[in-house]
Write a protein that binds this ligand. Sequence first.
Ligand SMILES: *Cc1c(COP(=O)(O)O)cnc(C)c1O
Length: 386
Amino acid sequence: MSEHHTHQDRGFETRAIHAGQPADAQTGAVVTPIYQVSTYKQDGVGGLRGGYEYSRSANPTRTALEENLAALEGGRRGLAFASGLAAEDCLLRTLLAPGDHVVIPNDAYGGTFRLFSKVVERWGVEWSVADTSDTAAVRAQLRPNTKVVWVETPSNPLLGITDIAALAAVARGAGAHLVVDNTFASPYLQQPLALGADVVVHSTTKYMGGHSDVVGGALVTSDAELGERLAYHQNAMGAVAGPFDAWLVMRGIKTLAVRMDRHCANAERVAEMLSNHPKVSQVLYPGLPTHPGHEVAAKQMKAFGGMISFRVEGGEEAAVGVCDRAKLFTLGESLGGVESLIEHPGRMTHASAAGSALEVPNDLVRLSVGIEAIDDLLADLRQALG
Ligand SMILES: *Cc1c(COP(=O)(O)O)cnc(C)c1O
């Protein structure tokens, strides 16, 4: 369709800035313009310029982002959606039919669990839950009709770690697709396709966008044929990323590497402080040698990310109190922005999992550690813990 400036042989930071984004042919603009347009003049019936016909099917700003996403994940095809859940919905309706079965993690983003349990199930898709950090537990859930094994690593909100390469072998042996939600790690820290995953899912709302100013989602696959089927469904169902949203995500991605370096460095310091705090009973951070997934994380991730969960002595009320007293850590859902956020998963992001196999402990607090000055972040948490 458009020129192939995928820069596949270049370093990650170079690809983040340039892949899919040659200078504008007409003006030389170094940033891809926001093509805020729905339709395109044809040179005679069917005479499309660069393949553009109607912006649900393709839009040049979205194409730039989609080529960039493919280059960052080392895939053949990237697709950008209106939200992470729109991307997941498109993927599931492309891969599954009534009567199929999927294995989902016992620790997943609440909205992903809701999509399976309240929406996809009504269309005759069976699902079962497994601790995906335990390869044998996943194998035990496989059925002859299993078509998808779904993994989130690090997981939300318990920061569980799954061995992607091991599960890719399990899924392949069962004739199922391995899907990895790479939202927490971002492609800078983890490359699931290179480890054998078939499809990577992102909420680009989080680290990719990085500034808490856009909602978006993405799919990337290294299977060109599957990429075609996904693109067909993306157009047929229509939950595409709009041009301005695509542009904001691209703008965010240019600084992904430097932001992630700081998120990781700050999170390491916060995890260390929390580990030594008397009011904290447990810290869940894959960078800690005591974390059960530490070795696998060290093997498959460049660093351990900016997300930390911890359990507070004194139960639910104490955990809610910490969230309420934090000042610099803003009380709110979402994650992955430059600003630090704090939340109570049991009452906020994971309320929809209450009473299910995905229920989270009620003394749990989740942090998205931002890129502010580390001493300010540590001081705020110390005062919030009291
Ligand atoms: C936020 C999130 C999603 C859903 O993405 P939206 O952009 O909110 O639709 C999926 N997976 C994970 C891990 C998330 O954090």
